[in-house]
Write a protein that binds this ligand. Structure first.
Ligand code: FES
Length: 287
């Protein structure tokens, strides 16, 4: 257990290693050139309302684990070779969705993410070599290369788990604030204290909220952006496809004010929106 804990601490140190910033910048620029905004949003999983990358990686890893099992069963060479190929086919969209997420992450996440990508690239290369060897009838070499590939992919998956569960890539960063909101109607502010057409920050209990007073309606949303907890009240309110939206100042996620729907990624989950009522010129909100 101590070994795993010290491994996690080492990964924390990698996240602080600023020497990685130069290669990160080079790769990020290449990814941004290769992926247009709509393609990035599709790869993030905006259409799914859920991060796409973890689901896609399951295809490749599942197929490769299956091939490793079949490698132990005599007479299953053809089936094992097929699964190696399925894993490689599944790895293609998984790689691109990973790069899309990585290119819009925090600097610390990008540093460790670069290692994650490098290790997974090694795993993919080993599996490609394994497939070639198997197709040429060199089953023993194919099995050995597959075993090495599985070892690399397992290490890469460990790094990916660290990125998701310790560093928070792909998590819903607005949800903790939403859960801390007190129950029932809560006073936000006097209506006259809210400027027209300008997002402002207020608090309900200890939970910061974005408040926007439009011409006909007041909107109240959780302040911390779903993507990586950026401060939405510092963002710009804009009209997109005839809908009033707020743009996160950190990575540009754009949310419809009336229901928090994501109009542009990298966020994939809606921003939590509170119900609002006005009582005696006082704005109140609740979950
Ligand atoms: S924190 Fe990344 S888009 Fe808001």
């Amino acid at each position: 257990m101590e070994l795993l804990a010290s491994g996690a601490r080492r990964l924390d140190a990698v996240e602080q290693d600023e020497r990685l910033d130069r290669p990160v910048g080079v790769v990020r620029a290449a990814v941004n050139r290769a992926l247009s905004r709509p393609v990035k949003d599709a790869l993030h999983g905006r259409w799914l309302g859920h991060p796409l990358h973890p689901a896609l990686t399951d295809v490749a890893v599942g197929a490769w684990v299956g091939s490793a099992v079949l490698d132990r069963i005599p007479g299953q060479e053809r089936a094992a070779t097929t699964l190696v190929g399925v894993g490689l086919a599944g790895a293609v969209p998984a790689v691109w969705s990973g790069f899309a997420d990585w290119s819009e992450a925090d600097p610390e996440q990008e540093r460790l993410g670069l290692w994650h990508a490098a290790v997974q690239a090694a795993g993919n290369a080993l599996y490609l070599a394994s497939l070639v060897a198997r197709l040429r009838g060199r089953q023993r070499a194919g099995r050995a290369l597959g075993a090495a590939g599985l070892a690399a992919v397992t290490v890469g998956a460990y790094l990916g788990g660290h990125l998701a569960y310790r560093s928070g890539v792909g998590m819903n960063h607005a949800d903790p604030a939403w859960r801390r909101l007190p129950r029932g109607w809560q006073v936000v502010d006097e209506l006259t204290n809210l400027p027209q057409g300008k997002p402002v920050r207020r608090a309900i209990g200890d939970v910061p909220v974005l408040v926007y007073r439009g011409p006909r309606q007041v909107h109240v949303l959780v302040e911390e952006c779903v993507h990586l907890a950026g401060p939405l009240s510092d963002g710009e309110v804009t009209v997109r496809d005839d809908e009033v939206c707020v743009v996160c100042p950190w990575h540009g996620s754009t949310y419809r004010l009336r229901d928090g729907a994501v109009r542009r990624g990298p966020a994939v989950m809606p921003q939590p929106v509170l119900k609002v009522r006005i009582v005696n010129d006082r704005v109140e909100a609740r979950r």
